[in-house]
Design a protein around this ligand. Structure first.
Ligand code: HEC
Length: 291
C-alpha cells in the first residue's frame, strides 16, 4: 500500500500513522503487489501502527460485520435448497449429523464417507453436493467474495465457525490420513519454488518479519500459529469483504508467485491441518475482522 493510500485508510480508521519510517521500507525491484519480506527494523513507529490497528480491531469486533454473515449462513444452513430441495441440517461436520457446537475447532479432520481429510469449507461444499445436489464445479466457479457478492459457502463457514466461539482448538491427529495431512501440509509449507524461489516459510517461518506495515506471523511457532485460525473467517476492511481461509491461502499462493490451488482442494486441507494442529490448545474467539 502506498503511503498516500495508507493515510486514507488511517484517516478513516483513526489509526496513528508514521510514514517516515515506512518510506525506507518501500518496495525496490519487487513486482507490484507483494514485496519481498524484510527483517523488521527495530523501529518503534511501525509497531505503534500495529498496536493501534489491534486496538481499532478490538473496538470494531464489538459490532462486527462478520455477524451479518453468520446470520445469513444460519439461514442458508436451515433452508431447503438446491436440486434436491434439502437443508444442510443433516450435514455431518465430524461430530454427527447436524452437530455444530465445537465442530469448527476440530477441523480439518478425516471423514470416512469421503475417505478424505476435509477442512470446514471443503466439507460444507461436500454436503451441498451430496445433500442438496449442487454441482461442485458451479460452486468453485465463484468461490470468493467480490464486490457485493458473497458465495454461500463463505456465509455458511462463518455460521459454523460462530458455533465454536470461545472453544479450544483441538484438531485431531488420530487417523493415519490426519497425520499424513499434517506431514504433507508441513512439506507444502516449506516447499520452495517459483519465480522468487519462495515457500510459505520464506514469509511465515521466522519471527519478526514484515511486509511494509503488515506483520508476518511465524506460523511455525506455537505462539503465532493461532494467527492461521484467529479472526478467520474474517471481515476484511480492505475492500469490505468477508473471506475464509480458502481465500487467504489462494492469496498467499499468489503472493508467493505460485499457481493458485484448486478451490477446496486437498492441498488447502493439508496446509490448514498443518497450521491448525500447530495452534491446538488455544482458544478460538470466533469470526473476526482483518485488516
Ligand atoms: C510474499 C510473502 C508471503 C508468502 C510467500 C506467503 N504469505 Fe501468507 N501472508 C502474507 C501477508 C502479507 C499476509 C497478510 C498479513 C496481514 O494482513 O497482516 C499473510 C497472511 C497469511 C495468513 C493469515 C495471518 C493472519 O494474521 O490472519 C496465513 C494463515 C498465511 N498467510 C499463510 C500462508 C501460507 C500457508 C503460505 C504458503 C502457501 C503463505 N502464507 C505464503 C505474505 C506471504
Amino acid at each position: 500500500m502506498s503511503c498516500i493510500k495508507l493515510r486514507a485508510v488511517v484517516a478513516l480508521s483513526g489509526l496513528a500513522l508514521v510514514c517516515a519510517a515506512h518510506a525506507q521500507q518501500k518496495e525496490t525491484a519487487a513486482p507490484k503487489k507483494a514485496a519481498a519480506p524484510a527483517k523488521k527494523a527495530a523501529s518503534a513507529p511501525k509497531d505503534a501502527v500495529t498496536a493501534e490497528f489491534e486496538k481499532f480491531r478490538e473496538v470494531m469486533e464489538d459490532a462486527s460485520p462478520a455477524e451479518l454473515f453468520e446470520a445469513k449462513g444460519e439461514e442458508l444452513w436451515k433452508t431447503k435448497r438446491g436440486p434436491k430441495n434439502a437443508s444442510l441440517e443433516q450435514c455431518d461436520l465430524g461430530l454427527g449429523p447436524g452437530v455444530l457446537k465445537g465442530a469448527y475447532v476440530r477441523m480439518p479432520r478425516y471423514f470416512a464417507d469421503a475417505d478424505q481429510v476435509m477442512d470446514v469449507e471443503r466439507r460444507i461444499v461436500y454436503c451441498m453436493v451430496t445433500l442438496q445436489g449442487f454441482k461442485e464445479a458451479d460452486i468453485a466457479k465463484k468461490s470468493f467474495s467480490k464486490g457485493p457478492y458473497t458465495p454461500d459457502p463463505v456465509s455458511l463457514v462463518t455460521y459454523v465457525a460462530g458455533q465454536s466461539r470461545g472453544m479450544k482448538i483441538a484438531i485431531p491427529q488420530k487417523h493415519a490420513k490426519e497425520r499424513e495431512a499434517y506431514k504433507v501440509g508441513r512439506e507444502i509449507f516449506n516447499f520452495r519454488a517459483g519465480a522468487w524461489d519462495f515457500s510459505c516459510a520464506s514469509c511465515h517461518g521466522e519471527d519478526g518479519k514484515r511486509i511494509r506495515t503488515q506483520e508476518l506471523p511465524n506460523l511455525t511457532s506455537k505462539k503465532d500459529a493461532i494467527r492461521a485460525f484467529q479472526g478467520w473467517p474474517g471481515y476484511r476492511m480492505t475492500g469490505g469483504l468477508m473471506h475464509t481461509l480458502q481465500w487467504r491461502m489462494n492469496d498467499c499462493f499468489r503472493q508467493q508467485r505460485f499457481p493458485e490451488p484448486g478451490y477446496a482442494s486437498e492441498t488447502i486441507a493439508d496446509l490448514l491441518t498443518y497450521m491448525g494442529v500447530n495452534a491446538n490448545g488455544q482458544v478460538y474467539k470466533g469470526p473476526g475482522i482483518k485488516r
